[in-house]
Design a protein around this ligand. Structure first.
Ligand SMILES: *Cc1c(COP(=O)(O)O)cnc(C)c1O
Length: 383
């Protein structure tokens, strides 16, 4: 057993919660193992930024650590400190790099910045020279994202700069793929080639390129370490093929009331959904304030989100409001659904990827938007 608990995070009772979030830590661990097997000899890290994509750092990190994961990536220092508390001797990298003046926080918690620009490299080297010692840091090389990372030419120059490079310990050289979920996209091959060229100049420094989807590319650009995030949490890293990952999240919403919308009347704000015939409407106690994106609203012209009610797929009817979703449950036998019942918004075959698509976005955004009002239940990892 890991430290998983069935304690909800906010002080909220299961019966009073509008929504219930069940997070399967055994599935999370199984996904990490699937990715580790796929990565072959490379080390398999875990990306746990944004509170482990909404799953909870405090629960996800100990489960992954117990399974054998020893390297974690976060975006912010505060996430790194929480990860450190959950995994006392793991290696922890901060992807967003070194904000001015924050260097001292790294050795204080044994954290490593991912240095993403020449300025950051220089600030880190100066901090190390000023007495901190040759502290480890990753070097981020930009091979096409134009977001973070030293340009390849600058990285090649840095590789020759013994004085700058000698001030600290480069512990990882990494880059990030632009379109790994599209295996045919020509930029994959270009980035792999550019990265291979740069990493060869950093002799003896481990290299990392692949996110979740990168692990599945035909070129298998695993290098020394892979950095999956989304696939750990059940997202499909191979959108054009069946999902090799196990679902981790189940999201259920409670029905507050059932009512009849008369033929021709509208449901919800601004009247964008009109009942065609008398329709039975279930009002759910989840809304956009819970992170269920309003862009999943259903109108007569554009279908939106769906929920499973007693095993039947039912469409959202009208605008999602702050705290409520209205659902057309006319297809469900009248006696099979009652006030207080739970319906499934994610789970039982309604995937995170599909929910994202129905909201006009990606599953990543659905996961990381999951709100704080849910009753959270963690299924233990076991071992
Ligand atoms: C978020 C992130 C990852 C993980 O990406 P997934 O697509 O979620 O697997 C890996 N590397 C970097 C630099 C990232 O920002």
């Amino acid at each position: 057993m890991t430290s998983a608990s069935n304690e909800p995070r906010p002080a909220i009772g299961e019966d009073e919660a509008g929504g219930l979030l069940t997070i399967d830590l055994a599935a999370l661990v199984a996904n990490w193992r699937t990715l580790a097997a796929k990565a072959g000899g490379a080390e398999t890290a875990a990306v746990v930024k944004a509170d482990a994509y909404g799953m909870g750092i405090d629960e996800a990190v100990p489960a992954l650590y117990a399974a054998g994961c020893r390297t974690f990536f976060v975006a912010h220092l505060v996430e790194a400190r929480r990860t450190r508390a959950a995994a006392p001797d793991a290696v922890i990298y901060v992807l967003n790099g070194l904000l001015p003046g924050t260097a001292a926080a790294y050795p204080a918690h044994d954290l490593r910045p991912v240095l993403g620009s020449q300025e950051e490299v220089e600030e880190w080297a100066a901090f190390c020279r000023a007495g901190a010692g040759r502290l480890p840091a990753a070097i981020h090389v930009d091979t096409g994202m134009n977001r973070l990372g030293l340009r390849a030419e600058a990285a090649l120059q840095l590789a020759e700069d013994a004085e700058l490079l000698g001030a600290f310990t480069p512990s990882l050289v990494m880059s990030h793929l632009v379109s790994a979920e599209e295996p045919e996209h020509p930029i994959n091959v270009r980035q792999i080639a550019a990265f291979t060229h740069v990493r060869e100049r950093f002799a003896g420094v481990p290299a990392s390129l692949s996110n979740s989807s990168g692990i599945f590319l035909p070129q298998a650009p695993h290098f020394d370490l892979v950095r999956p995030g989304y696939a750990l949490y059940g997202g499909n890293p191979t959108p054009e093929r069946a999902n090799p990952m196990r679902p981790v999240v189940q999201l259920e919403a409670r029905i507050i009331q059932l009512r009849w919308a008369p033929d021709g009347e509208t449901v919800g704000y601004n009247g964008h959904w009109t009942a065609q015939g008398r329709r039975r409407i279930a009002t759910l106690s989840v809304g956009y304030a819970d992170g269920y994106l309003r862009t999943a609203s259903g109108t007569n012209l554009k279908s939106g989100g769906e929920a499973l009610v007693a095993g039947v797929r039912c469409p959202f009817a009208g605008r999602i409001s702050m705290d409520l979703i209205t659902l057309d449950v006319s297809a469900v036998p009248e006696g099979a659904v009652q006030r207080g019942d739970k319906v499934t918004l994610i789970g039982n075959g309604l995937t995170v990827d599909e929910a994202g698509k129905r909201a006009g976005t990606i599953g990543y955004e659905m996961l990381t938007d999951l709100g704080e009002r849910y009753y959270r239940r963690y299924l233990p990892a076991g071992q």
